[in-house]
Ligand binder design. Structure first.
Ligand code: DQA
Length: 323
């Protein structure tokens, strides 16, 4: 599984949000703050969730959100709440597709950040000795952060820019930094592959074909994201999203839209991401209307008639440096 997410873990006050936004911006990656997602999903703030439903309810919600965001297709910078590390399953989910960085701060600096940033769910400013309680939490969690991460980032006395620089350098060296992301788009009626005209398209379902593509992507070391829709507009939206998310290449089987959709053609031309058109069947051996593709002229190439193998060959082509 390609690990091209950047995951930030650490104690409250570690600057995960500031740093995460900065990294996402620098790498043009999606930005996910799991605490913000929890608040959005629950429709209330985290202090409010703690007060109303208690910590264990919050932790269940957190685990659900983390497993959800860990499975998202496009590479992202993900910042987690300070206590996410308490649940081993959270860290396992994040590690599947991500390189995990622990932001390690000295206690005094953390304290200062927390005091500056105002109330937190587990920080009771009115308690007799709030710092002692929080310090004991840190002592308990620090070994968990260390165990869960791929890389400890020593943040003592450093600026966010310097910390971001170190993370990006490491990420660049690790596989995620070099790995290309290829979007595989299945167009109209391809969700019915395995059911429709099996003598023409074969009996593998789309899920089986995608699993084969995913295995091949792993072998050649690229990340792959899948999209299927029967709607021309949704396919165009996704192609534009590929541009926003800096996807490196597109493999597209537009189905019958191949022969008619100037809109999909324009979308591909507009994003200027190298694209390869793939067809399971040999469209040149079939009805006359299938022999013409309006999409192929804006692609670097077309592969047809080789069944699911065509998708893997397209991945090979797109992971080489295209002219
Ligand atoms: C297809 C060929 C198209 O002509 C047809 O409309 C499809 C599938 C293929 O993969 O062979 O839906 O794209």
């Amino acid at each position: 599984m390609p690990k091209n997410n950047i995951v930030l873990i650490g104690f409250m006050g570690s600057g995960k949000t500031t740093l995460g936004k900065m990294l996402a911006d620098k790498k043009s990656m999606a930005w996910i703050d799991t605490d913000a997602e929890i608040e959005e999903r629950a429709g209330m703030t985290i202090p409010h969730i703690f007060a109303e439903y208690g910590e264990s309810y919050f932790r269940r919600l957190e685990a659900y959100i983390i497993s959800d965001v860990s499975e998202r297709a496009l590479p992202a910078v993900i910042a987690t709440g300070g206590g996410a590390v308490l649940n081993r399953a959270n860290m396992d989910a994040l590690a599947r597709k991500g390189r995990i960085y622990y932001l390690d701060w000295p206690w005094e600096e953390l304290c200062q950040h927390i005091r500056e940033s105002g109330p937190r769910p587990l920080w009771d400013f009115d308690a007799p000795d709030p710092e002692a309680r929080i310090q004991s939490l840190l002592v308990q969690r620090a070994p968990l952060y260390r165990r869960a991460c791929d890389q400890v980032i020593d943040c003592a006395g450093r600026t966010p820019d310097a910390i971001a620089g170190e993370i990006l350098e490491d990420y660049g060296r690790a596989e995620g930094g070099h790995m290309k992301t290829i979007a595989v788009i299945h167009g109209v009626n391809l969700n019915f592959i395995g059911i429709r005209e099996t003598s023409v398209y074969g009996s593998q379902t789309l899920a089986e074909i995608n699993r084969g593509i995913e295995r091949h992507a792993e072998e050649i070391g690229c990340a792959v994201v899948f999209f299927q829709s029967n709607s021309e507009g949704e396919i165009i939206d996704f192609i534009q999203k590929c541009w926003q998310e800096r996807v490196d290449g597109i493999v597209i089987n537009p189905g019958a839209h191949t022969h008619t959709s100037y809109a999909i053609r324009d979308a591909l031309a507009g994003v200027s991401i190298p694209a390869v058109e793939v067809h399971l069947s040999n469209i040149h051996k079939r009805e006359a209307f299938r022999r013409r593709s309006v999409v192929a002229p804006v692609c670097v190439g077309q592969i047809c008639g080789l069944g699911p193998l065509g998708y893997c060959l397209a991945l090979n082509a797109l992971t080489k440096d295209m002219p």
